[in-house]
Design a protein. Sequence first.
Length: 292
Amino acid sequence: MNKILEINNLSKSYKDFSLKGINITLEKGYIMGFIGPNGSGKSTTIKLIMNLIRKDSGEIKIFGLDNESNNISIKERIGFVYDENHFYEELTVKEMKDVISPFYTKWDEGIFNKYAKDFELPLNKEIKHLSKGMKMKFALAIALSHQAELLIMDEPTSGLDPLIRSELLDVLQSLLLDENKSIFFSTHITSDLDKIADFITLINNGEIILSKTKDELLDEHYIVKGSKKQLNNNNQRNFIGLKQNDFGFEALSKNKKEVMKQFGDSIKIEKPTLEDIMVFYTRRSDHHVSSH
Ligand SMILES: Nc1ncnc2c1ncn2[C@@H]1O[C@H](COP(=O)(O)OP(=O)(O)OP(=O)(O)O)[C@@H](O)[C@H]1O
């Protein structure tokens, strides 16, 4: 086992929110998708990993090293991409690159030029005139040009159109062909993960709800559909979440056998998507949706 990122019992409290002793492990060569609803603690966790804010307690190890005492050497080996990348808006893409590159001892101009060409970056355009998608590609090109072993991205695909999103995901996937690289990225667009994630970690309300391989997660859960009159107080105990509308109910369950036994053939059992899993684990239990 080669742990690239190891978070143990990490806690951080704000006035109205706390991360409650979270644990996450990412091994070398894999992509982990970090999902959860708005305000669940994704950005806070990423800021703690990047040592941008101080933890209250717990431990964060990156490449086996404590992230506070080895801050500088660790940052050299990480590519960090986030939504509000702080570039100087007045500079051109090339000028900005010239400002950033000296900070990295392993900067590789050849790699930057390759990505600049692949992504069709307009080198002489001012940053303020770049589209959101182009800014994101620039941030990714920078992150990839110093031979980072770990890419950490906070919502890299948010606000991007489907075409650019899909291009970005292709680039991430091709990076993983080099098994020395690992990727940890947060998103609330679960369809991004269907394609590329190896592991999924779900956070809700500052707590890790689950963290496992995507395949395991999809294999062990089932969507159960039926009519409302089939429900009673007893037969809901195998449900992780329940959604009712005027036509019937939909639930998530891990226990297919037991559900089949209780409901018989009148029930419909389907495979869930990652979105189903996220929604059912994080919704309020009394949720009722109207059919409109
Ligand atoms: N500096 C701060 N002071 C006080 N509260 C904060 C601070 N930063 C974040 N929070 C609160 O912590 C909670 C978690 O925020 P966080 O940004 O980590 O969520 P998130 O999962 O990244 O959400 P989103 O998907 O909306 O970006 C929110 O309720 C937010 O208001």
